[in-house]
Design a protein around this ligand. Structure first.
Ligand code: GRF
Length: 194
């Protein structure tokens, strides 16, 4: 299976995904693309020998469809079977999502259905939750609401700030996403809970 990974920033999840696709793994990374040409993850992907593409979303303003058709050019050229959103911070239109229906994954830093959207760690802390974590789900047109493929939970510790909790959740993401991708690429169903 050919995997394209979309990033917007550091790409730490992308790095873990790429590193996991070795040996008898049923998938290979064929492209890392970003909506930000300055995304640090692009150089990390290049260092690992993965082809990269950058399509700056800013010149397109509010025209999401125009940005997406520009992004689709390198993306479709890579002929991906699976799309992994990994720290990708743009909302995708239903048309784009429909193109990859059933084969686009996203990682979200909360235990969905709790806290879809942004600032998930601050919201979990404000709610006094004892657990937080991350979710890998299939992407559907409604934001952060698709079928869950896996979750990893972490304890909220006394004195946690959004940053300390984010760091703990991020390490859980790095364990969860590669496991979910491997199962998904192998055609296995059933969710993973860590
Ligand atoms: C992190 O906040 C992570 O929780 C979320 O996207 C952000 C950046 O991740 N998934 P990455 O380091 O770019 O993968």
């Amino acid at each position: 299976k050919r995997v394209a990974i979309l990033i917007s920033g550091g790409g730490s999840n992308m790095v873990q995904l790429v590193r996991s696709m070795t040996g008898d793994h049923p998938a290979r990374a064929v492209l890392v693309a970003s909506n930000d040409p300055a995304a640090a993850g692009l150089s990390r992907a290049a260092e690992m020998g993965i082809p990269t593409a950058a399509v700056d979303h800013r010149p397109f303003g509010r025209d999401r469809a125009a940005f997406e058709s520009a992004l689709l050019e390198p993306l479709l050229a890579a002929q991906p079977d699976i799309l992994c959103l990994a720290g990708f911070m743009r909302i995708l239109t239903p048309d784009f999502v429909a193109r990859f229906s059933g084969r686009m994954l996203n990682i979200h830093p909360s235990l969905l259905p709790k806290y879809p959207g942004l600032n998930t760690h601050a919201r979990a802390l404000a709610a006094g939750d004892a657990q937080a974590g991350a979710t890998v789900h299939l992407v559907t047109p409604e934001l952060d609401c698709g079928p869950i493929l896996g979750q990893a939970s972490v304890p909220v510790e006394p004195g946690d700030t959004p940053d300390t909790l984010a760091a703990r959740v991020l390490t859980a993401e790095h364990r969860l996403y590669p496991l979910v991708l491997r199962r998904f690429a192998a055609g296995k169903t059933g969710r993973i809970d860590l």
